[in-house]
Design a protein around this ligand. Structure first.
Ligand SMILES: O=C(O)CCC(=O)C(=O)O
Ligand SMILES: [Fe+2]
Length: 312
């Protein structure tokens, strides 16, 4: 049955220029951001710090990366669960991805680059690092806004210090005749906040709370900001971590980047977010241990892994 609601993802202008010139107060914008993350679990952020040139450079760099032989790409490995190469999976044949740990630091990028190009690739490293730093800025801006709107800004600094970033870079090739167009299966992110960006090929689908799936169209200056299960637990269930998947229509390859934030320190619900109307829903948890838990075969299909892991 079709729904009467035509969902459209909220679009929030987070450019410096808009934040300076809008008649809305800072707190109003913070509340709009938080409301979008409560209602849809994500929104489209307009953010022009990533120039069109940098956007183009990132996706050229990713074409060069994915053109490497599979034997090289599978060398992207990590001790951490879910951090390395993913691809060659029969039920999602279009999908391939690699993880760059600490992508916002020169060391993180270099560690990745030297595995892919043992003799170095300065332009790849520079491009990806510049991009990751700006994506982290966007993530931190959004997290600050959420903390302020909940009146818990006093925890913002320690939260930021605890955050580490993983960039997952992805390629979805166009489907061949008769092949599935499912790019990636429905899932929720397991991190705190994800920043998604893509080349000119759309494909991301979001599941609204009423169960309806809807598509997202993105410009080079727009990013999807999405709450992961860790943010949902931290907010004591206020923020929504949405199911999403990727469907590829047409033959053009889609490239995208997902920047995930993971916490080094124990994550816990601020006491300000617990009261009679909002009793504690999640015990304090270790983010990396949660990933280990989710990585186990028997836990991969849980409806809400974080609730099973540390729900009260
Ligand atoms: O490619 C995309 O737009 C989404 C990727 C995604 O959902 C993920 O890596 O968790
Ligand atoms: Fe995702």
């Amino acid at each position: 049955m079709g729904s009467l609601t035509q969902h459209k993802l909220p679009v929030i202008d987070l450019t410096e220029e808009n934040l300076k010139s809008t008649s809305d107060s800072w707190l109003t914008i913070c509340k709009n951001v938080t409301r979008a993350l409560e209602e849809y679990g994500c929104f489209t952020a307009v953010y022009d710090k990533v120039s069109v040139d940098l956007h183009n450079a990132v996706f050229h760099a990713l074409e060069e990366l994915f053109d490497l032989p599979t034997e090289t790409k599978v060398q992207n490995k990590s001790k951490k669960p879910l951090y390395g190469y993913v691809g060659q999976i029969p039920f999602i044949p279009l999908y391939e991805s690699m993880g760059i740990d600490d992508s916002n630091t020169p060391e993180g990028i270099q560690n990745f680059t030297k595995v892919m190009w043992p003799s170095g690739n300065e332009s790849f490293s520079e491009t990806l690092l510049s991009y990751a730093k700006l994506a982290v800025e966007l993530e931190q801006k959004v997290v600050k806004m959420v903390f302020e709107s909940y009146g818990v800004q006093k925890y913002y600094e320690s939260h930021t210090k605890s955050a580490t970033y993983l960039s997952r870079v992805m390629k979805y090739r166009g489907p061949k005749e008769g092949e599935t167009n499912l790019g990636f299966v429905s899932h929720t992110d397991k991190d705190f906040v994800t920043i998604l960006h893509q080349n000119q090929v759309d494909g991301l689908k979001i599941k609204a709370k009423d169960g309806e799936w809807f598509g997202v169209e993105l410009l080079p200056s727009s990013f999807i900001v999405m709450a992961g299960e860790a943010a949902m637990a931290w907010s004591n269930g206020r923020l929504h971590s949405p199911h999403h998947r990727v469907i590829i229509n047409g033959n053009e390859a889609r490239y995208s980047t997902a920047q995930f934030s993971f916490m080094r320190e124990i994550v816990q619900v601020p006491e300000e977010l617990i009261d009679e109307r909002h009793p504690l829903q999640f015990k304090p948890f270790d983010h990396l241990n949660f990933l280990e838990f989710y990585n186990k075969e028997e836990n991969r299909r849980l409806e809400c892994a974080i609730r099973t892991y540390c729900g009260v």
